[in-house]
Design a protein around this ligand. Structure first.
Ligand code: CUA
Length: 161
């Protein structure tokens, strides 16, 4: 190997080492974070229900193989719901029985629907997009009950699967 070839190898190897060290330093030392997908950050990574006003709720519904999070949501009659639907793994769907709400849950995106649920009862949330072996059992439910209105704060928490 000629001297010039050795020199090129040493210089390029050293440069690669320096770049690698700078990469590690920027990540660990300076805390630089690469921008990520909107569904990889809160509030879209975990299902939850937030009360926005009297009978107004924001529902963050996360679909995964093979359940919805939260799996059970209790709201008082007449609730207006802002539904934010996301998916953490594959494409799912969400159809709310007895309503015209029918959304796709596509990884990397958030789908939105606003609707009102008047009558008491159980509204099943059904996955309508084939998403794997457990697809046929993937369902959640929204329970419209006066008890949700009678117990202040109870409707703020929904985490049961
Ligand atoms: Cu989720 Cu089908």
């Amino acid at each position: 190997m000629e001297r010039s070839e050795k020199l090129i190898l040493v210089v390029s190897g050293t440069l690669m080492g320096v770049f690698l060290l700078l990469l590690v330093y920027s990540g660990l030392g300076l805390g630089v974070v690469v921008p990520t997908c909107i569904t990889d950050v809160r509030p879209f990574t975990q299902g939850r229900v937030e009360q926005r006003g009297p009978r107004q709720y924001d529902v963050y519904l996360v679909s995964r193989m093979w359940f919805f999070d939260p799996g059970e949501i209790r709201l008082p009659p007449g609730s207006e719901v802002n539904l934010y639907l996301s998916a953490l793994d594959v494409t799912h769907g969400a159809y709310i029985e007895g309503t015209n709400v029918n959304l796709m849950a596509v990884p990397g995106s958030v789908n939105f629907a606003r609707f009102r649920l008047e009558g008491e009862g159980v509204y099943r949330v059904l996955c309508h997009e084939y998403c794997g072996l457990g697809h046929q059992n993937m369902a959640g439910k929204i329970i419209i009950t006066r008890e949700a209105a009678a117990a202040p704060g109870a409707e703020l928490v929904a985490g049961a699967r």
